[in-house]
Write a protein that binds this ligand. Structure first.
Ligand SMILES: C[S@@+](CC[C@H](N)C(=O)[O-])C[C@H]1O[C@@H](n2cnc3c(N)ncnc32)[C@H](O)[C@@H]1O
Length: 275
């Protein structure tokens, strides 16, 4: 029996729940240690994570080990042109900023499910996620791609050309918030189907508010890095970016203008659908 299964069996035994208060606290410490062990289990099988709150019925979810992640990546249908772009970007500064192939595939699928024709991306870098979206847009569709860095935009442009999707991409070189504000002033509110936010993390709330105006009812806004390398749950981490992502996630949880789903893919993405 794998060690995590044995520990879970032990944890779920009824006697664990009916102890005196002293024994209770010892059991609690033991439980924490066991949970810690489960979380850090290095068996050949993927480790499982169990919710700390017992009201979730000891629900087990998988923890993505490197081996399991390789398996996920091996099951992504990555178009050849995206692969080329990814491999070229791998040698560039900031390559870790690029979304992962499984994330890009999910974004493209959301665009397809929505039947989106008008999309926005905030934070293009060398174009991996924007190209994934542009590839699945209909020929008359458009993607407004906002990026402040001219050098990375050159790479993106080259790949839009190579992929034959340049006619679908409207590049906005400069600060994304300025571009979004001028689109609103231009009367484009409510005319977009899909938006992806992957730029300055401290600006998330502002991008979101502007995009909420630009997206139609039923449209979707996806925000990247909502788990921020796990720092959102680490009480020892209180830098400005982490605090701002925490606040953004909290605000989103209370925001009745959208329905939401936080997905543990990549660095965490929240999918918001405008009500
Ligand atoms: C995480 S990367 C985007 C990665 C891209 N989505 C991909 O998958 O390849 C963030 C990008 O946002 C850009 N950026 C950051 N702040 C910005 C701003 N205020 N306006 C426009 N672009 C910005 C950065 O230059 C960087 O290229």
């Amino acid at each position: 029996m794998p060690v995590e299964k044995a520990l879970n069996t032990l944890l779920s035994r009824r006697k664990f729940h009916s102890l005196s208060s002293r024994a209770d606290s010892r059991a609690c410490k033991l439980r924490c240690r066991f949970n810690h062990l489960i979380r850090n289990c290095s068996s050949a099988n993927p480790a499982v994570v169990v919710a700390g709150d017992e009201k979730y019925g000891n629900k087990q979810v998988i923890s993505i080990t490197p081996r399991l992640y390789d398996y996920i990546l091996a099951n992504v249908r990555e178009p050849q042109i995206l692969r080329r772009l990814r491999e070229e970007t791998a040698n560039m500064r900031g390559s870790q900023m690029q979304v992962s192939p499984d994330q890009a595939q999910l974004l493209a699928m959301l665009v397809q499910i929505l039947g989106a024709e008008r999309c926005i991306e905030v934070g293009v870098y060398t174009g991996y996620s924007s190209l994934a979206v542009a590839l699945v847009l209909p020929d008359l569709g458009c993607l407004v791609a906002c990026e402040r860095d001219a050098k990375s935009l050159e790479v993106a442009k080259k790949y839009y050309e190579l992929a034959g999707v340049s006619h679908k991409v409207i590049l906005k070189h400069g600060l994304a918030a300025d571009a979004l504000k001028s689109m609103i002033l231009n009367g484009e509110a409510g005319s977009y189907d899909f938006a992806f936010v992957d730029a300055e993390k401290k600006m998330c709330q502002e991008y979101y508010e502007l995009l909420l105006q630009l997206v139609r009812v039923g449209g979707v806004i996806v925000i990247d890095n909502v788990l921020w390398h796990g720092k959102v749950v680490d009480p020892m981490v209180n830098d400005a970016k982490t605090i701002s992502i925490r606040n953004f996630n909290k605000n989103l949880m209370e925001d009745k203008r959208v329905s939401i789903s936080m997905v543990p893919i990549g660095d965490g993405m929240t999918i918001c659908r405008k009500q």
